[in-house]
Design a protein around this ligand. Sequence first.
Ligand SMILES: Cc1ncc(COP(=O)(O)O)c(C=O)c1O
Length: 389
Amino acid sequence: MLKKREKFLPYALPYWDNQEIEAVEAAIRSNWWSRGPKTGAFEEAFGKAVEAQFTVATNSCTAAMHTALAVKGIGPGDEVITTPMTFCSTANVICHVGAKPVFADVLPQTGCIDPAAIARAITPKTKAIIPVHYAGQPCEMSAIEQLAAEHDLFLMEDAAHAFCTSYNGHPVGAKHTAAFSFYATKNLATGEGGMLATDDEELAERARVFVSHGMSRGAWNRYAKGGTWHYDVKVAGYKYNMTDLQAALGLSQLKKIDYMQAKRKEYVHLYQALLKGIKGIRTPVEEFAQGTPSWHLYLLRVKENELDIGRDTFIEELNAYNIGTSVHFIPVHLHPFYQEHYGTREGDFPVAEQIYQEVMSLPLYPSMTEEDVRYVAGAIREICTRHAR
Ligand SMILES: Cc1ncc(COP(=O)(O)O)c(C=O)c1O
């Protein structure tokens, strides 16, 4: 029996050192506490990293997604197709613009949206598709791009998990429109924060205005020397801009992203080796034909027919070992809001529901140690042995 560790091991933590502290201190000392030059520098540096032509920094991925749908003119009477296997915000933003979220089920192996299910969900009202690179696994973008082209649909990737995911040799963000998250648990974190990356210049221009109350461009530096006090409000925009304090963190995190990603990969390989062949669980897909995952999450599945416990009890038992986990996600169509407003029901998306019953996210982040990974894997082995059918 493993000796219970004293300190709780959370499922996610940000990675930082003195460089982040110094970067934020410098931003504070610069007196640019809201959007300023560091936000512009972060937009540029992040754009380079994902090979995007245009980038607009926001205060969340949710804000970036809402902005893109709004400036594309998607609204009442329109339908937008997305996956139920996502965080509520992917579907919420469709509601924010007054359009109808339409869900398409996912692929059993990865939990990413199934292109065949998208094809079946397309109607004359469909205006956009939002695939989600679930856990950082690349969606089948070639098939999705083809559907979008055939039906003239706006394609926006929810890349909240997908900074450092690549597809066909290019990073997610290099093509069409993608929204990234820098929430505290993400591979690159600024506390809260997001980025809209796009190859559509007009979309980028409109988005820049939209995230700053709809004020004409350049209004953010109207208090600087040479700045002008005048601005025009072109649309009733939102307060969605990033701040220089966040951008300072982002710039600092970008410098260490290679190290952080290497650590994630190292721990994933170790989990895969240590958990291989254990009865009662399934490890995630490691190799993808056309892409590489960012390994934002390490998704383990519990097979109830091989154990005398289900996922929920498994999580409680891991907790007793002082190990934190999370569940990504409660499928969106099962939430009361969606059931009440869009009539979705349990049973509508059986693959997503099956994955939801089985899945949990294990601790995975650069600041954990190899010993932590071995401890988690040891606890899982013990639980599976104890509960084998
Ligand atoms: C798949 C997915 N999409 C969107 C979001 C929203 O990101 P943010 O919190 O930056 O708005 C999240 C957040 O965790 C997410 O997991």
